[in-house]
Write a protein that binds this ligand. Structure first.
Ligand SMILES: [Fe+2]
Length: 374
């Protein structure tokens, strides 16, 4: 990875100016997350200092191969290409994909050729390598990356493909913590590893708070909860996700399949509350949802898929503006994706979206000529 990093200096308006001249995230993208850090986005690279507002893109579930049930990943190649084209125009500070990068994980499809995963991973990387080399691409592991019940084998395979499964990175004064939520979902086959990750989480939160992080954000694949932070494993309590497949059959999956069990969810939430980490971003549900726990002062942004949809949303991703005091965000389909982001605009209605339960209504009225500005 080429890095040529300048100094951080005071700007005219009193805010810090990003004086980084060149960072090339295009080479060796897939080994960027290592030793629990992300090369190029760290304290030593000047990223722990607040430099003023910025925006990033949060994507989820590119899941190459899901739409055609591993027969082909052509639909996802087309959709992910749209994601890359729009990201290259928007130039976010970074893009993060919250898990299920591809669909085939051999342990989940034991009757299928295990090489299908290798082909999907190769296609995923081929498309993603078209991302502008200045934009860091952060990958998060999902259940289709390490299996619903991860093991040392499935995690090692993921690490060899995409780098670390849990790590921290900094972006202009904001501390971002990436979790492998699969071990929280089911630690049965990786209990020691899970325990180590949870101890690490507390240490990272503690250090971020001690370092006066402007915000602390958590990224993972699974929504921590879907209805209320104390929901249990009773399927009747939080309902079902219903969707129709190509054949016309209606599939009904208990929503308990998608969240983290209460005990381990509350362990994360209590730590987030203790260290004043207010935002968690996830995917996995293939629908948009925003839920807030007043008790913990944590908002969970669940983002629909770049690929397969299981609700009424269209393929797209979430844009997140980060201000000194809060964030603003909105999910956009590819068709409605803005062509630029205006960080001088604040929209009090979308601040933290604490009273919102859904952000799929991405109709944008801020059209100027053919441009949409978020
Ligand atoms: Fe998933």
């Amino acid at each position: 990875m080429k890095k040529k990093i300048g100094v951080v200096v005071d700007g005219n308006n009193g805010e810090m100016v990003n004086a980084i001249t060149t960072r090339d995230f295009g080479n060796d993208r897939w080994v960027a997350a290592s030793q629990r850090r992300f090369n190029g986005l760290g304290e030593t690279e000047g990223e722990s200092v607040w430099r003023g507002s910025f925006f990033f893109a949060q994507l989820a579930d590119t899941q190459f191969g899901a739409i055609e049930q591993n027969l082909t990943d052509a639909p996802e190649i087309e959709l992910a290409t749209k994601a890359i084209e729009t990201l290259n125009k928007l130039q976010p500070k970074y893009a993060i994909i919250c898990g299920d990068l591809v669909n085939h994980v051999p342990e989940m499809y034991p009757k299928e050729d295990p090489n299908i995963r290798n082909l999907q991973v190769a296609n995923f990387k081929k498309v993603m390598e078209k991302l502008d080399c200045k934009i860091p691409l952060v990958c998060v592991c999902g259940n289709h990356d390490v299996d619903n019940s991860p093991t040392s084998h499935t995690i090692s395979r993921y690490v060899s493909e995409f780098g670390d499964d849990y790590f921290t990175f900094w972006t202009g004064g904001v501390c971002n913590i990436v979790l492998n939520s699969n071990t929280y979902y089911d630690p049965a086959n990786c209990q020691d590893y899970h325990n180590a990750q949870h101890l690490w989480l507390e240490e990272e939160l503690k250090s971020a708070r001690a370092a006066n992080a402007q915000h602390i954000m958590v990224f993972c694949h699974h929504p921590l909860w879907l209805v209320h932070p104390n929901e249990t494993e009773d399927p009747e309590e939080i309902g079902f996700l219903e969707f129709t497949v190509k054949s016309g059959a209606v599939i009904k999956i208990p929503n308990t399949y998608f969240h983290i069990e209460k005990e381990r969810r509350l362990q994360i939430l209590s730590l987030m509350k203790k260290y004043n980490a207010k935002y968690v971003f996830s995917g996995h549900w293939h629908k948009n949802l925003i839920v807030k726990s007043e008790e913990h002062d944590v908002t969970n942004y669940v983002t629909s898929a770049v690929g397969l949809q299981l609700g009424g949303d269209k393929p797209g991703y979430r844009l997140v503006k980060v201000f000194d005091d809060d964030i603003e965000q909105e999910y956009f389909s590819f068709e409605e994706m803005p062509t630029s982001v205006d960080l001088t605009k604040r929209n009090s209605k979308t601040l933290n979206n604490s009273d919102s339960c859904c952000s799929s209504n991405s109709t944008c009225s801020r059209k100027q000529s053919n441009e949409i500005i978020f």
